[in-house]
Design a protein around this ligand. Structure first.
Ligand code: 0A1
Ligand code: ZN
Length: 881
C-alpha cells in the first residue's frame, strides 16, 4: 500500500511554505464511484520562503489526474510536471506575480474505506480532511499554515443528492439538464484545507436559531437521515448551551450566519470542527431517552461543545504545523471540560476526567509510544491524536489556569485571540500571550510541552510540635521515555489544604499568608514548604482537584485515608482517599493470591463504605462515584508486573464482600431511587438512576433469586436506555437464567438502531463470563457485524481488547492472536482504526514472561503484513524497538 519504511518528519525541520494560496475555487461533479474535481487555485510565491528552488510541490494521493492548466490558457504537459505516488511537482511557475493553477482530477468515494478525504457513509457522501485528507480529494498545499478563502460548487443528481452542503454561506444555486442541480457555497474566512468539508445526500434537518450577545441571528441546522430526526433535540439544545457559555466565559461570539452539523454513521473519530459545517459521528448527536444513556447525553453535550469551541480555538486561530496539535486540542478539551463541569457536577466531571487520564494517558506515557504534548517527530500524524495531546494537553492548560487564576487566564486568552486571530501559530505563542497578559515568567513551565512521561511526586511530612510547624518535602522525578533519557524539573502547581483531627479546616500559613488552601509552586527537584502556627498536627490533603497530571507517592495509613474520605472538603481528594483505601485493600488480596494463601479482606473497607452510605448526599452522582472501586485497568497501572487474573479475582472478592455485608443498605437505596423518571434529565433523576444502578450491580453479584427478579423486571419495564442497559448488564454478566433470552430480546427490539446495537456488541465483548471469547468469535460472524464500520469495530474488537483484560489476556494467547488477525484485516481497509486497535498490544512489556512472548510474537507477525500502512508500521515498530 505505502512505504515499507516510512519517513520520519521532525519539528526541527519546519520551514514556511514556498507558495501561498489566496483563493480556492472548487467544483465537484458528484458521483459515488467517480467524482470529478476541478480546483482553481490563485497562488503566489511566499516572500518569506528561504528555498532557492522554485518548483511547486503539491500533495496528492490516489487521484486520477486529468489536466493541469496554468493561468487559464496554458495546459501543462508531462514535461512540465512530475507525478509521484504522493505529489505533483510542477517544475516552473511564475515567481514574481500571482498565478492561477487549475487542476482537474477524479476520485472514487465508494472505494474509500479508510474514511479520509471524500467517502461514502451509508448513502451519504461526506469528507474528513484533518489531518491530511484533503490531498485525497485534490492536489494541494495540504498543511495548516496555508490558509485560503474557499468557494465551492457542488453539482449532482437531484434525487441521489438532494442536499448539497459545504462551508460558509450558500451564495447561489440552480438547476441543470439531466435532473441535476448545483449549489455554490462561500466561506468568507481564511482557513487551512483540513477544515474544508462537503456533504451530499438524502438528508433531513431540524432547524433552530440563536441570538448572539450582540444581537445577530444565527441559523442552526442539524442534518441526519430521516429516521433519526426524532433524536436531534438534545444535540440542538447542547449547541445553544455551548454558544451561550462561550459568550459568557470567554467573550466569544459565533461569526457566520449559519451553523450546520451533519451526523454520519461511518466516522473514524468523534466529530470534526469543519468551519460552519461540523461532521459528527452519529454516536455524538443522536439521543432519545429510550435509545441513549445518561452518559451518552452528557458526552453528546460535551462533544457538540468541543467542536463549537474549536471555532475560536482551532479555526480562527489554527496550528502552524501538526506538532502544535495540542494548541487547539488541549485548549479546546480544557474548555469543554469546564463547560461540562458547569452544566453538570464539577466534582463528578473532574473525577471522571482524571480517571480517564490516569488509566489511559498514564499508560501511554509509560509505554513505547510516549511523546510530549508537543511531539517532536512522527511518521504518521494520525497516530498523534492521542490522550497525551488531548487530555494531558488539557491538563497543561488547566495548570496555567491554576497558576494565573480565572481572571488572569481570561486576560491571557483575550490577548491570545487579539494577537493571533486569523493566524496559524504555535503552543509557544499561546504561552507567550498568557505570560504577557499577566507579567509572569512561564519559561520553566514550557517544559510540560516538550517533556514526555508522567512525573512522580514523593511527599514526606514532618510535624514539629514545639515550633508548631509542618514541613512538607516534595521530590519530583520523571522516568525516562523513548528518546528522552534525562528529564529536567518541571514547574508544578500543587494545591494543598490542611485538616484538623476534628474535621475542621486548619489554615495554611506559608510565609505569613494565611489561607484555607494554597497552591504551592514546585520548581526544583526537591523543595520543602513550611506551614506555621499549627497547634496540632493536621492531616494533609495534597494535590487537591488533581492540580497537576502527576503520580503521588505518600505513605498513608488506612485510618488516615478513611479520615480523609469522611472529612476532606475537597471533593476530588475525598473520592481519591476512598480509591486509595480500596486500592490498598485489593493490593493486600492480590498479595494473598500470589503467595497461595486464602484471601483475607481488611474489614476497614466495609466500615468505610458503610459510613459513606450512612450519610445523606445532595449530589447522588458523586455519591455513586464514592461507592465505585478502582477499575481493573487502573489497578493494573499500579503493578510492576500486571497479573490480570489476580487483579480480577481480588477485585471481585471485594465487590462480593461489600454486596454481602451491605446488602440491606444496597437494597434500601435501590428501592428508594428506583422510580419511573424516563426522559427526565435533571441532576436529581440522573443521580438517582446512577446510584440505584450501582446498587443493582453490587447486588447482582449475589446471584440471588430475589435480585435476579429485580434485574429482570427492570429490564422488562425500563423506558429509558440507562435503566435498560444497566439491568441487561447485570443479567448478562452472571448466571441469570434469562441471560440468553434477554440478550436476544434486546437485539430484536433495537436492531434498527445502530448505536444501540453497538452497546449490545460491547456489553457481550466486555463480559467476565467464561465463554466470552467464543461469544466474541461468534459475534464476528453476526450479520450485523461490519469491519468497515469503525463504531462496530470499536464496540466488538475494541471493547474486547481494551475493556476486558481478563479475557483478552488469556494465558494461551488466543486473545492476542484474534486481535492481530483483525488488525491485519483492518490494515488494508482502514489504517487509522487498525492502528488504534493496536494499542492493546503495545504495553506487552508490562506482563509476565509468557504473555510478553505471545504478545510480542503477534506484533512481529503484524510487522510482516503485506503492504503495511504507515499508521500500523509506526506503532508496531516503536512497540518492538
Ligand atoms: N479535530 C477533531 C478530531 C478529529 C481528528 C482527526 C479526524 O480524522 C482523522 C477526525 C476528527 C476533534 O478534535 O474533534
Ligand atoms: Zn478537538
Amino acid at each position: 500500500m505505502r512505504d515499507a519504511n516510512p519517513q520520519t518528519i521532525y519539528l526541527k525541520d519546519y520551514a514556511v511554505p514556498d507558495y501561498l494560496i489566496h483563493h480556492v475555487e472548487l467544483n465537484f461533479t458528484l458521483d459515488d464511484e467517480n467524482t470529478r474535481v476541478v480546483s482553481r487555485l490563485t497562488m503566489i510565491r511566499n516572500p518569506a520562503s528561504q528555498t532557492g528552488d522554485a518548483a511547486l510541490v503539491l500533495a496528492g494521493e490516489n487521484l486520477g489526474l486529468i489536466s493541469v492548466v496554468l493561468n487559464d490558457d496554458n495546459e501543462l504537459t508531462e514535461q512540465d510536471y512530475l507525478q509521484t505516488q504522493d505529489s505533483l511537482i510542477i517544475h516552473e511557475v511564475p515567481q514574481h506575480r500571482s498565478f492561477v493553477l487549475t487542476i482537474e482530477n477524479t476520485i472514487n468515494p465508494k472505494a474509500n474505506t479508510a474514511l479520509e478525504g471524500l467517502y461514502l457513509s451509508g448513502s451519504m457522501l461526506c469528507t474528513q480532511c484533518e489531518a491530511e485528507g484533503f490531498r485525497k480529494i485534490t492536489y494541494f498545499l495540504d498543511r495548516p499554515d496555508v490558509m485560503a478563502k474557499f468557494t465551492t460548487t457542488l453539482v449532482g443528481d437531484k434525487d441521489r443528492y438532494p442536499v448539497l452542503l459545504s462551508n460558509g454561506n450558500k451564495i447561489a444555486q440552480g438547476e441543470l439538464a439531466d435532473n441535476r442541480h448545483w449549489v455554490t457555497w462561500e466561506d468568507p474566512f481564511n482557513k487551512p484545507c483540513y477544515l474544508f468539508a462537503l456533504v451530499a445526500g438524502q438528508l433531513d434537518c431540524i432547524e433552530d436559531s440563536f441570538i448572539t450577545l450582540s444581537g445577530r441571528n444565527i441559523s442552526l441546522q442539524i442534518f441526519v437521515e430521516k429516521h433519526d430526526l426524532d433524536k436531534c433535540a438534545h444535540a440542538m439544545q447542547s449547541l445553544k448551551n455551548a454558544m451561550r457559555w462561550d459568550e459568557q466565559v470567554y467573550g466569544r461570539e459565533y461569526d457566520l450566519d449559519l451553523y450546520m452539523i451533519v451526523a454520519v454513521s461511518h466516522f473514524n473519530m468523534g466529530a470534526m470542527e469543519n468551519k460552519g459545517l461540523n461532521v459528527f459521528n452519529t454516536k455524538f448527536v443522536l439521543a432519545r431517552p429510550d435509545t441513549a444513556t445518561d452518559s451518552d447525553y452528557e458526552r453528546i453535550e460535551g462533544v457538540i461543545a468541543h467542536e463549537y469551541f474549536h471555532n475560536w480555538t482551532g479555526n480562527r486561530i489554527t496550528c502552524r504545523d501538526w506538532f502544535q496539535l495540542s494548541l487547539k486540542e488541549g485548549f479546546t478539551v480544557f474548555r469543554d471540560q469546564e463547560f461540562t463541569g458547569d452544566r453538570t457536577s464539577k466534582a463528578v466531571n473532574r473525577i471522571e476526567n482524571v480517571n480517564m487520564l490516569r488509566t489511559r494517558q498514564f499508560a501511554e506515557d509509560a509505554g513505547p509510544m510516549a511523546h510530549p504534548v508537543r511531539p517532536d517527530a512522527y511518521m504518521e500524524v494520525n497516530n498523534f491524536y492521542t490522550l497525551t495531546v488531548y487530555e494531558k494537553g488539557a491538563e497543561v492548560v488547566r495548570m496555567i489556569h491554576t497558576l494565573l487564576g480565572a481572571e488572569g487566564f481570561r486576560k491571557g486568552s483575550d490577548l491570545y485571540f487579539e494577537r493571533h486571530d486569523g493566524q496559524a501559530v504555535t503552543c509557544d505563542d499561546f504561552v507567550n500571550a498568557m505570560e504577557a497578559a499577566n507579567a509572569v515568567d512561564l519559561s520553566q513551565f514550557r517544559r510540560w510541552y516538550a517533556q514526555a512521561g508522567t512525573p512522580v511526586l514523593t511527599v514526606q511530612q514532618s510535624y514539629n510540635s514545639s515550633a508548631q510547624t509542618l514541613a512538607l518535602t516534595i521530590n519530583q522525578h520523571c522516568p525516562p521515555t523513548p528518546g528522552q533519557a534525562v528529564k529536567e524539573p518541571l514547574h508544578i502547581p500543587v494545591t494543598v489544604g490542611l485538616i484538623n483531627k476534628d474535621g475542621s479546616i486548619a489554615p495554611c500559613n506559608v510565609q505569613g499568608r494565611k489561607t484555607d488552601e494554597i497552591v504551592l509552586q514546585l520548581t526544583q527537584a526537591e523543595q520543602t514548604f513550611t506551614f506555621t502556627d499549627l497547634k496540632q498536627q493536621p492531616v494533609v490533603s495534597i494535590l487537591r482537584g488533581f492540580s497537576a497530571p502527576v503520580k503521588l507517592v505518600m505513605e498513608r495509613s488506612l485510618e488516615e485515608l478513611a479520615f480523609l474520605l469522611s472529612y476532606d472538603s475537597d471533593t476530588f481528594n475525598r473520592w481519591e482517599a476512598g480509591q486509595q483505601l480500596a486500592g490498598q485493600v485489593i493490593a493486600g488480596l492480590i498479595a494473598d493470591i500470589q503467595s497461595g494463601q486464602a484471601m483475607q479482606i481488611n474489614p476497614m473497607i466495609v466500615t468505610a463504605f458503610k459510613q459513606v452510605m450512612a450519610q445523606s448526599w445532595d449530589d447522588l452522582s458523586y455519591f455513586s462515584l464514592l461507592l465505585g472501586l478502582p477499575s481493573e485497568t487502573y489497578l493494573a497501572e499500579q503493578m510492576q508486573v500486571v497479573d490480570v487474573v489476580a487483579i480480577h479475582k481480588a477485585r471481585e472478592f471485594v465487590v462480593l464482600t461489600l454486596a454481602q455485608q451491605l446488602q440491606t443498605q444496597f437494597k434500601t437505596l435501590y428501592l428508594e431511587c428506583h422510580k419511573d423518571e424516563s426522559g427526565v434529565f435533571d441532576a436529581g433523576a440522573i443521580g438517582r438512576r446512577r446510584i440505584k444502578n450501582m446498587c443493582l450491580a453490587y447486588l447482582g453479584r449475589l446471584e440471588q433469586p430475589d435480585i435476579q427478579q429485580w434485574s429482570q423486571q427492570q429490564f422488562d419495564t425500563a423506558k429509558n436506555m440507562t435503566d435498560q442497559m444497566a439491568a441487561l448488564a447485570v443479567v448478562a454478566n452472571g448466571t441469570h437464567p434469562a441471560k440468553q433470552e434477554c440478550l436476544s430480546r434486546f437485539y430484536q427490539q433495537w436492531q434498527a438502531e445502530a448505536l444501540v446495537i453497538d452497546k449490545w456488541f460491547a456489553l457481550q465483548a466486555s463480559s467476565h463470563n467464561p465463554d466470552t471469547f467464543e461469544t466474541v468469535q461468534a459475534l464476528m460472524q453476526h450479520p450485523a457485524f461490519d469491519l468497515k464500520n469503525p463504531n462496530r469495530v470499536r464496540a466488538l474488537i475494541g471493547a474486547f481488547s481494551q475493556a476486558n483484560p481478563l479475557h483478552f489476556h488469556a494465558a494461551n494467547g488466543q486473545g492476542y492472536q484474534f486481535l492481530a488477525d483483525q488488525i491485519i484485516a483492518l490494515n488494508t481497509l482502514n489504517p487509522q482504526v487498525a492502528s488504534r486497535m493496536l494499542s492493546a498490544l503495545t504495553s506487552w512489556r508490562r506482563y509476565d514472561e509468557g504473555r510478553q512472548a505471545l504478545m510480542k510474537a503477534q506484533l512481529e507477525r503484524i510487522m510482516t503484513t503485506d503492504a503495511i500502512s504507515k499508521d500500523v508500521y509506526e506503532v508496531a515498530s516503536k512497540s518492538l524497538a
